[in-house]
Ligand binder design. Structure first.
Ligand code: ZN
Length: 65
């Protein structure tokens, strides 16, 4: 069953919800507290630091004396 769900970021997405009525109501309430999938993806990308930078200090084994 497809539902139009409003997320915390105020975006509305059509979500496929399954299960009993209580289960679906619970999921919708949960979604209301969450960022939509797009905003969540954006949030994750913007919060990832440049971790590979640290790898620059690693010396390849064949260059070790
Ligand atoms: Zn959103």
């Amino acid at each position: 069953m497809l539902y139009e769900v409003r997320f915390r970021c105020n975006h509305v997405h059509t979500m496929a919800l399954t299960g009993q009525v209580e289960e679906r109501t619970r999921k919708i309430a949960q979604y209301n507290q969450m960022l939509c999938p797009e905003c969540r993806a954006q949030y994750t990308t913007s919060h990832i630091r440049e971790i590979p930078r640290f790898r620059a200090f690693a010396v390849p084994a064949n260059l070790m004396p």
